[in-house]
Design a protein around this ligand. Structure first.
Ligand code: IGP
Length: 251
């Protein structure tokens, strides 16, 4: 599946949409995650579908979800912009960014430097760079290019092997452990536990995917996650904010 997604991205690169530059105020994801009242801090995702689950939310309205997340005071929002496999859209991110005051992460498969420029233009505050998709040297180049352009990066890895290869190159400030294997779609929170000890002390550990219950949240907190990235569990609820309160045990 991962290969299929990357092939599709290469096709899309031939007609990359590049909107006009607007003046956009950037927000720091790093700041938001380190100054959160919630432990772990929360990145809430806006996602209609996924290749592993199909359509997750039938009546999908990105702005309604963004407003509800805003009401719940999430620390950051992640917006899927991949159209083909996640039924996302660049337009969703543009519009969400206009109505929220927290950093917005662009969730997509970045394989080309032009997508970084595009992310700047559409108003993203941060982008995802996937360790299983990019060679460490390429990933580091994109990382530097993004920071030079005022974007932060969530560097995501699934395996210890990928993490080690990246850490030989550099230490990303925000490091995500994807509990889901993008090739098999298998999800296990043990992934966060196994990788946690290798995460540099100065990096923020974000546990991503497969977090549904308060027990899941407690587990990854104990493993050392300073932030979590959650999509599906909230997308299945009419009011995602209710799910957030239940998850964190807030009243
Ligand atoms: O919906 P979940 O299981 O809560 O997962 C959210 C997020 O981690 C997931 O969407 C994700 C993590 N890494 C990705 C890379 C590409 C696309 C999607 C993802």
């Amino acid at each position: 599946m991962l290969n299929k997604i990357i092939e599709q991205k290469k096709i899309e690169l031939e007609r990359l949409y590049m909107p006009e530059n607007k003046m956009i105020e950037r927000k720091s994801l790093y700041q938001a995650l380190t100054h959160s009242d919630r432990k772990p801090a929360l990145i809430a995702e806006i996602k209609k579908a996924s290749p592993s689950k199909g359509i997750i939310r039938e009546n999908f309205n990105h702005l309604e979800i963004a407003k509800d997340y805003k009401f719940a005071k999430v620390d950051a929002m992640s917006v899927l912009t991949d159209e083909k496999f996640f039924k996302g859209a660049i337009q969703y991110l543009i519009e969400v960014k206009e109505i929220v005051d927290v950093p917005v992460l662009r969730k997509d498969f970045i394989i080309d430097s032009r997508q970084i420029e595009q992310s700047v233009q559409i108003g993203a505050d941060a982008i995802l760079l996937i360790g299983e998709v990019l060679e460490p040297s390429q990933l580091y180049e994109f990382y530097q290019e993004a920071y030079e352009k005022g974007l932060e990066c969530l560097v995501e890895v699934h395996s210890i092997d990928t993490l080690e290869r990246i850490l030989k190159q550099f230490s990303p400030k925000i490091l995500g452990v994807n509990n889901r294997n993008l090739k098999t779609f298998e999800t296990s929170l043990n992934q966060t536990q196994e990788l946690a000890e290798y995460i540099p002390k100065d990096s923020i550990l974000v546990s991503e995917s497969g977090i549904h219950t308060p027990n899941d949240l407690n587990r990854v907190r104990e493993y050392g996650a300073k932030a979590v990235l959650i999509g599906e569990a909230f997308m299945r609820l009419e009011k995602p904010s209710m799910g957030i309160r239940a998850l964190y045990g807030e009243h």
